[in-house]
Design a protein around this ligand. Structure first.
Ligand SMILES: Cc1ncc(COP(=O)(O)O)c(C=O)c1O
Length: 472
């Protein structure tokens, strides 16, 4: 696909050239690193910000600093990009996948069913830039002693009910990869309200000068600052020179995207079989990283392919599919995490209740794909190992993060718009094109509109429910 993003114009070229003649590698928190982190933290109401080499690195750093490790479970929404959850596997923690609603927001009812004594964190993604209700999520996590991690990679600058994305999280992560609204080509950034999380993320990926300068000497981890812990996650100054320009344009871009989205929403309103993922409600500023809607071909009278054909005929040439945004349970790395990551703990099923999936599995009449029948071997419960609570808080891999002592009691499932969604760039008006990036339109097609499906995770020995958008 030909990409018109990011916009490279004279201001961007000048900024990159200036940086090229300043420095191309920064060891500490100075120059463009400090400027960008400060500006980004201010824009998102954050106390601390740390640039990284990618969004994946930011997520890995966040999970590490929050103390997630072998045997721990994190509830992650099933509908997200896989990199939201893969770093958990690196740490030996288990991503427990949970349903989302039709707006891509975590279904807390289903999440509650997934809680176990091993649950330490809830991870949500503001899909396609639709900001979730983080006040509600924060309260929910606080009531259960869980850390909240927000993947804001689609949602630079988004707000809901006056709260910025990332503002209420224990750690929030953004990708600055090439297609993102604020991009450094490659890069990532993390924010946190906790000094301790900031220091631990610094130690993990920013050894020597930065860790020595940023960590408190009284920290038990300070002695590791010179060498760090074996990873290097520094961001590239040249990419940041671009990103700094884009950050200044963010508010104008968001305004323009809102107006494109409102127009599209208006055009689609009332059409049978079409549902829009991100509402343009006055309670939120969504980023419309993509404008996503689903088509129920039975109700609409046309299929996604029909629509794409029509769009192509009208000159919308840049059409791609976003296969990378499949629900996580469809990837082998999540279906059998211990095969690829032996350190990953077994799933604690002792407290799990999956009534919907279990009932559907048992009914036999509507046997969901992947569910075992009565004569097939049933998954065996793996006995839960003793909770790992006696870690040395002073050790670099000890669970000394803010959620170290957070343990939940309770145990969920998943819904997602589709497995496949071609995206079509919006053709903005000339004036808007000056201001706004060509946000894309993604057309999702529910695979099966009339049945509820469940999938079992063979090796992970678990079963959960996927609910399609439209049920009979
Ligand atoms: C939701 C989400 N999370 C995480 C990532 C990973 O970011 P990066 O590619 O910068 O590692 C992406 C990248 O596309 C993403 O879309």
């Amino acid at each position: 696909m030909t990409s018109t993003w990011p916009p490279i114009d004279a201001e961007v070229s000048t900024a990159v050239t200036r940086q090229l003649h300043t420095t191309v590698s920064i060891y500490d928190r100075s120059g463009i690193i400090a400027r960008f982190e400060d500006a980004f933290a201010t824009r998102h109401n954050a106390s601390h910000a740390l640039l990284t080499s990618s969004g994946t690195a930011a997520l890995h750093s966040a999970y590490y600093a929050l103390g997630l490790g072998p045997g721990d479970e994190a509830i992650v929404q099933d509908y997200t990009f896989f990199a939201t959850a893969t770093p958990l596997l690196q740490l030996g923690a288990v991503p427990v996948l949970a349903d989302v609603d039709i707006h891509g927001e975590l279904d807390l009812g289903r999440a509650a069913e997934l809680l176990t004594d091993r649950t330490k964190a809830v991870v949500i993604t503001h899909m396609w830039g639709n900001p979730q209700n983080t006040r509600r999520l924060r309260d929910w996590c606080d009531a259960r002693g869980l850390a909240l991690v927000e993947d804001c990679s689609h949602a630079h600058g988004a707000t809901r009910d006056g709260v910025s994305v990332g503002e209420l999280a224990d750690a929030a992560c953004w990708s600055l990869q090439g297609r993102k609204t604020i991009t450094a080509g490659e890069g990532g950034i993390l924010t946190t309200p906790h000094r301790e999380v900031y220091e631990k993320t610094t130690l993990l990926g920013h050894f020597n000068k930065r860790a020595l300068a940023e960590m408190r000497t009284e920290s038990p981890l300070y002695r590791f600052a010179e060498t760090g812990l074996g990873l290097k996650y520094r961001a590239h100054p040249l990419g940041l020179a671009m990103a700094e320009v884009y950050l200044r344009r963010l508010d104008d871009w968001l305004l323009a995207r809102q107006s494109h989205a409102a127009r599209l929403e208006n055009l689609l309103a009332g059409r049978a079989g079409i549902s829009v993922l991100t509402p343009t409600n006055p309670d939120r500023t969504a980023t419309f990283y993509a404008f996503v809607f689903t088509i129920d071909p039975h109700a609409a009278g046309f299929s996604r392919e029909d629509l794409l054909r029509a769009l192509r005929q009208r000159g919308y040439g840049e059409i791609s599919t976003c296969d990378a945004m499949r629900p996580l349970h469809t990837y082998p790395v999540f279906a059998a995490p211990r095969s690829s990551h032996p350190a990953v703990g077994s799933l604690d099923r002792s407290h799990r209740r999956v009534p919907a999936a279990t009932a559907t599995c048992r009914s036999g009449s509507r046997r969901p794909k992947g569910c075992r029948s009565a004569h097939e071997p049933q998954p065996t419960n793996t006995p839960a190992p003793a909770p790992d609570v006696a870690k040395d808080a002073a050790g670099p891999h000890g669970r000394a993060g803010p959620c170290a002592s957070r343990r939940s009691r309770l145990p969920g499932t998943s819904q997602q718009p589709s497995d496949e969604c071609p995206s079509v760039p919006i053709r903005p008006t000339r004036e808007a094109a000056r201001l706004a990036p060509p946000a894309s339109i993604a057309v999702a097609q529910p695979q099966d509109l009339t049945t509820r499906r469940a999938q079992s995770w063979r090796n992970a020995q678990r079963c959960f429910m996927l609910t399609e958008h439209h049920e009979a």
